[in-house]
Design a protein around this ligand. Structure first.
Ligand SMILES: *Cc1c(COP(=O)(O)O)cnc(C)c1O
Length: 428
């Protein structure tokens, strides 16, 4: 069993030293719970694994996995940088205390106004297309900027087609064969291109495609260095490091993974005579995924053509099972280690039949009012939530050594309507 969880002396699920049942009772459900120490441990594990092999190493936490300010502050304290994919994430990262130089903006299909925002913020800009380069060049203050390019290495990997971001079907990055020219063009336009970047996908447990992408990117970097005269300050391999979602999935052996990647990196640096640039990766899921729990209460058990366990969260709260068919392990909070006795469907409260957290899932006996914990809900969970069906967004709490802080208040019905305006003529 590779899932990360603890049981306390009462036999209940424990999160960061707090009792999951008590959290659900005190703060209501659905409730997102984050374990602060797990986030810190995950960060340090990856950082150690790579920096012990190559000291000039930097993590850019992929903010879109979880943009809560508390999470961002924790990572700022740990020494991380930020991979921001939108102006909103730049804004959040700056508010969380990251210096602009520690923020890399990797947008795609970015407007010129958004480019101007990034430029004015002083963050590093990673370009995704020739269009973006040409439009950036026209903006006041762009000349001399230290920029990088995202390259599509024609290698993709990920847990679902939607999450594969390399290869010929992917909308991301510039083509390998245009790389040298685009760096030359950047020089001509007065930029200072200092980086190269790729991100091949998300949820990677097999190191092989990642290693292949490193190799391809390094070969491209080598050509860009030799043919376009670029002195790289950083080379960024993106994120995608996976975590086990099912009890059977393997844990990524991070030390071995890091050792292999760094060895490849170093050999390519010497092959092409590239001088000691910062090696970067951008994990999101790996850092926050297993640090988050979604607590949801069972309100209805229905024996229909199948047995449905109905809960008070839905795909508005956690989209991954519906959008990707993702597996999220489910535990009963007052007996996380109880043997399974039945196969049931765990269904949410949204009016769509695709709103299921699990189909035909082996689970222990469950009664109405039991609290379920949906595991690995720290990444792409709250950050993908919505108010669909006019359901207010849930609260988020963070726990450290039994101490609980609310880091996002539960929304109210008036929050759902807060941006709507009803024109006067509708009152006549
Ligand atoms: C989403 C994303 C990541 C992080 O992916 P994970 O699978 O969460 O590690 C990293 N870099 C970029 C550019 C991304 O879009």
């Amino acid at each position: 069993m590779n899932l990360h969880f603890k049981t306390n002396e009462k036999g209940n699920l424990e999160i960061g030293g707090a009792d999951a049942l008590e959290l659900a009772h005190k703060y209501g459900t659905p409730l997102y719970v984050l374990d602060e120490m797990r986030i810190r441990d995950n960060y340090q594990r990856v950082h150690q694994a790579f920096s012990s092999e190559y000291s000039n190493f930097q993590i850019f936490y992929a903010a879109k996995a979880n943009t809560n300010l508390a999470v961002m502050r924790i990572l700022e304290q740990e020494g991380s940088g930020i991979d921001a994919v939108s102006p909103g994430e730049i804004y959040t990262a700056l508010l969380a205390g990251f210096e602009p130089e520690r923020i890399l903006f990797t947008g795609n299909n970015v407007t010129s106004e958004e480019l101007q925002f990034a430029l004015d913020s002083g963050v590093r800009i990673n370009l995704d297309s020739v269009s973006m380069l040409e439009r950036l060049a026209k903006l006041p203050g762009a000349k001399g900027s230290r920029i990088s390019f995202r390259v599509n290495p024609m290698v993709g990997a990920g847990h679902h087609d939607h999450c594969i971001t390399g290869g010929e079907l992917s909308k991301f990055g510039i083509m390998e064969q245009e790389a040298v020219e685009i760096y030359k063009k950047a020089h001509k336009l007065g930029f200072n291109p200092v980086g190269i970047h790729t991100h091949i996908g998300s949820g990677i447990l097999d190191p092989e495609p990642f290693k292949l992408a490193v190799q391809v990117l390094m070969d491209i970097a080598g050509r860009v260095h030799q043919e376009a005269g670029v002195e790289f300050e950083f080379i960024d391999f993106g994120g995608g490091l996976g975590i086990p979602y099912t009890p059977e999935e393997p844990v990524l052996e991070i030390k071995k993974f890091a050792g292999e990647i760094v060895a490849l990196y170093k050999s390519k640096l010497s092959e092409y005579g590239i001088d000691n640039p910062t090696m970067c990766i951008e994990p999101g899921r790996y850092i926050v995924g297993d640090a988050g729990y979604l607590l949801t209460r069972v309100n209805t058990i229905k024996q229909s053509y199948r047995k449905f366990v109905g809960v008070d969260a839905g795909f508005n709260t956690l989209l991954r099972p519906t959008m990707y068919g993702s597996y999220h392990h489910i535990l009963v909070a007052d007996k996380p280690e109880a043997p399974t006795t039945q196969n049931v469907d765990v269904a949410g409260n949204i009016c769509e039949s695709g709103d299921l957290f699990a189909r035909d899932r082996p689970l222990p006996e469950i009664e109405e009012s039991d609290v379920l914990s949906i595991m690995n809900a720290g990444a792409y969970s709250f950050s993908m939530s919505s108010q669909y069906n006019s359901r207010p967004l849930p609260a988020e709490v963070i726990v450290n050594n039994g101490k609980v802080d609310v880091i996002r208040d539960r929304e109210t019905y008036s929050d759902i309507l807060s941006k709507q305006n009803l024109p006067l003529r509708f009152f006549k």
